[in-house]
Every structure is written in C-alpha cells, then in structure tokens.
Design a protein around this ligand. Structure first.
Ligand SMILES: Cc1cc2nc3c(=O)[nH]c(=O)nc-3n(C[C@H](O)[C@H](O)[C@H](O)COP(=O)(O)OP(=O)(O)OC[C@H]3O[C@@H](n4cnc5c(N)ncnc54)[C@H](O)[C@@H]3O)c2cc1C
Length: 391
C-alpha cells in the first residue's frame, strides 16, 4: 500500500520505544544514522514491570544452549554498557553485581536444582552447590527448611525502569527524534518497507525500518503475513515491597526457587525495593493484577523467606513478555527488504539489551548480523526454513 507524502524522513525508523527499540535507536544514531523512534510512551513497556535479573546462568533451560551463548555475550558486555550509559546520561542504573542464590525447599526441588547444576557444569558455567546451612549462612532470612542451593556469583541485576529512562536520555543526546504516537501501519512501496503511518495520519519515511514492538510486534497492520513475527504476549505479575532501613540488609543477593513447579524470585535493590516475581500466564494482552496471582507469589515467597510478610507491599503490576516459539529473540533483516526485526526477547530482554543494540547497529550498517547473533535471524521461522528436511 502506498503512503501519504512523508513529512518526516530518517535513515532508520524504529517502531517501538521499549528498551530493545531504544537501544537499537541509540546505537544506530551513534553510527551516524539519522534515527527516529515512534512510540506513544517511549521507555514504557515491559521494562516498567520486569525484575531486571541478568541471569544467564540461573535461567539456563534444557534445549536453550544456543540462547545461552547470546545471553552470556550480553552479560559480558554489561559492565561497559552500564558505565557508558551512566557516564553519558548521569543516570544511576541500579546495576548491582550481587550474584544469585537458587535454593531448593524440598527433595523434588533439590533434584531439579541438582540437574540444573549438572547442565551448568556441562555448559562450562560457574556455579557452586551449597548445603542448606551454607545457604542460610549467606542469607540468614531464608527459611530454616531450605535443603540446598546453587550459588551463582555471575548473575547480577539492574533496575529496568532506570535503564529505560537512561536509554531515552541517551537517545535524546544522540539526536534521535521521538514521535510520541502509535504507528498505525507499515508502509510498503514496490515490495520494500519505506516507513510507517502514525495514528494521527503522519507519514514517517525511512531507509530502513526496525520493528521492535515487544509483544505487539505481530500486530502491526501493513506487514505482509509471511514476515509478521510469531511473537505472543506472556503475562507476568510482579510485586514490589519496601525493606525498611531497620531490616536492611534483608537479602544481599537475588534469591530464587521453584516452588510447586512455579518459579519465584526476590530481587533486592540498594534503594530498599524488593521485587517479587513472577507469574507466567498465556492470557493474550490481559494485564489485570489478580488476587490469585498476588496470593501465589506471596505464598511461595513466604515459604522461601518468611520475613517478607512484615514488609510494606508498595506495588502490584502485570506486564507482557514478548514470547517467541523458541524463547529466543528475532534479530535482523526479514524477507521484506527494508524491514528488520528486534523482538521476541521473552524473559531475557533486559539481559539481552547490550548485545541487541550492538547486533542491530551492525546489521543496519553492514546488512549482515554479527557472528553471535546469526542464529537469531527471523528467517528461521519462514515457511521454507520450517519445512526444510534435515539431510
Ligand atoms: C514480569 C516480567 C518480568 C521480567 N523479568 C525480566 C528479568 O528479570 N530479566 C530480563 O532480562 N528480562 C525480564 N523480562 C523481560 C523483559 O522485560 C522484556 O523482554 C523486554 O522488556 C522487552 O522489551 P521490548 O522493547 O522488546 O518490548 P516492550 O517492553 O514490550 O516495548 C515495546 C514498545 O513498543 C511500543 N509499541 C508496540 N506497538 C507499537 C506501535 N504500533 N506503534 C508504536 N509503538 C508501539 C509499546 O508502546 C512499547 O513501548 C521480564 C518481563 C516481565 C513482563
């Protein structure tokens, strides 16, 4: 469909100003591209809800070894990335190199954690098995019944709200233009993506368009069906509590467990905020906070750290993870010339922010993905790739 005459043009137009769209825009602008972001609320999105664990090792799952390499590459970049953003913007990101303790509360959890430990070791990752007593020595607020745990000193945390605000500031400094409005549809002319038309009818023209709409990425009108990203929303409810100064330090690192099959984590920030998350629900775009969700999180977190029921509950919120069929992101060019994707980061979008920015800037400048990002081409989900038979 052809577009109304463009009133704004840029080299790169990023649709969606969550942390992934913002880091893409920032890095593109640093490479000298005239860059624009279209989003009614840049810096909003899932980062307003996310816990911000940078958990390449404790989030390792069977069958996700390919994603592990990308997660580790991003984790390695975090110290320099955070320092660069802070130097540039003056924003404190709440980046805390505090490590993580994953604990087991019963024999089943313990067996599950032992398996995770074995997988980590096979994958060459650093983690240390601790007895229940050793876990409680590290974190005295843990329940007396803790049966053992894994100490992972390399899994850290950042405050995603601060990260999002810093990325907006970095983009502004780099000259990125913000259009604070929704993109209504992609414009395609002569089989090439050429920009977008916004909800107020403005035409935004661009040499290259990056679709980074998070869980909404598969819903943009005008994107041909065969390149629409297979991204779906996965709801997560999260609680925020406050640790009064007299209880500090309540926890000195992230503590997590699988309780009755559900994952629960407690992420302590230096500010005194304690984030407790998260549910995982396939309910479309629903972001209602439910009594059941809050109950389950508090019940499981209380089993892990009984003292949390003394803390003020300051916020309850639900957000949407952009899930993909293999839980890994879609990065780089699509079959439609001019259209690239940066989406599908699911439960690791905060962790993957640095490597995504670098990969997207590289592909925008050169047309090809860097080595570490090549397995994440959106082309792995095209009809041809899916019907290809192994030799
Ligand atoms: C409960 C929960 C806990 C999480 N915990 C962690 C964690 O501990 N560690 C971790 O690494 N990750 C975590 N994540 C995942 C992480 O938050 C996401 O992967 C990441 O924020 C996705 O960023 P995004 O920019 O791709 O998408 P989003 O944050 O969804 O942003 C998309 C943006 O696109 C905009 N948009 C969409 N459509 C349009 C349109 N048509 N026009 C204009 N703008 C549009 C939206 O307004 C939005 O601002 C968590 C997520 C949730 C929900």
């Amino acid at each position: 469909m052809s577009s109304p005459p463009s009133t704004h043009t840029s080299d790169v137009l990023v649709i969606g100003g969550g942390i992934i769209g913002l880091v893409t825009a920032w890095r593109a602008a640093q490479r000298g591209f005239a860059t624009a972001v279209v989003d009614p609320e840049p810096g909003g999105g899932a980062a307003q809800v996310a816990a911000g664990m940078l958990a390449a090792v404790t989030e390792l799952h069977y069958g996700e070894q390919m994603l592990l390499a990308l997660n580790l590459a991003s984790a390695r970049r975090y110290p320099d990335f955070a320092a660069e953003l802070t130097d540039l913007t003056g924003h404190d990101l709440g980046y805390r190199r505090c490590g993580t303790l994953a604990v087991a509360l019963d024999a089943d959890d313990r067996a599950h954690l032992r398996e995770l430990h074995a997988l980590q070791q096979q994958s060459g990752l650093k983690s240390e098995w601790l007895s229940g007593r050793e876990c409680r020595r590290l974190e005295p607020m843990l329940a007396p019944g803790v049966r053992g745990g894994l100490r992972v000193d390399g899994d850290h945390q950042i405050d995603p709200r601060r990260l999002a605000a810093a990325l907006v500031a970095a983009c502004e400094r780099a000259g990125v233009v913000f259009h604070r409005v929704r993109a209504e549809r992609l414009t395609v002319e002569r089989d090439r993506a050429t920009g977008a038309v916004t909800a107020d009818g403005t035409a935004l023209g661009a040499g290259q368009v990056v679709l980074a709409g998070g869980s909404l990425s598969g819903r943009l009108a005008g994107v041909p069906d065969d390149v629409l990203p297979p991204v779906r929303p996965v709801k997560g409810q999260v609680l925020r509590l406050t640790v009064p100064k007299r209880y500090a330090p309540f926890l000195s690192r992230t503590v997590r467990a699988v309780v009755r099959g559900s994952s629960v984590y407690l992420v302590p920030r230096l500010s005194g905020e304690l984030v407790v998350g998260a549910t995982s629900e396939e309910l479309g775009w629903d972001t209602t906070v439910t009594a059941g969700g809050v109950y389950e999180l508090l019940r499981d977190a209380h089993e892990l750290v009984p003292g949390i029921t003394e803390l003020p509950l300051t916020e309850t919120r639900a957000g949407l993870r952009p899930g993909s069929p293999d839980n890994a992101p879609l990065l780089g060019p699509t079959e439609l010339p001019g259209l690239l994707l940066a989406t599908g980061h699911y439960r690791n979008g905060v962790l993957l922010t640095p490597v995504t920015g670098d990969a997207m800037a590289h592909v925008l400048a050169t047309g090809g993905l860097p080595e570490e990002a090549r397995p994440f081409t959106p082309r792995r989900f095209t009809a041809d790739a899916l019907t290809e038979q192994p030799a």
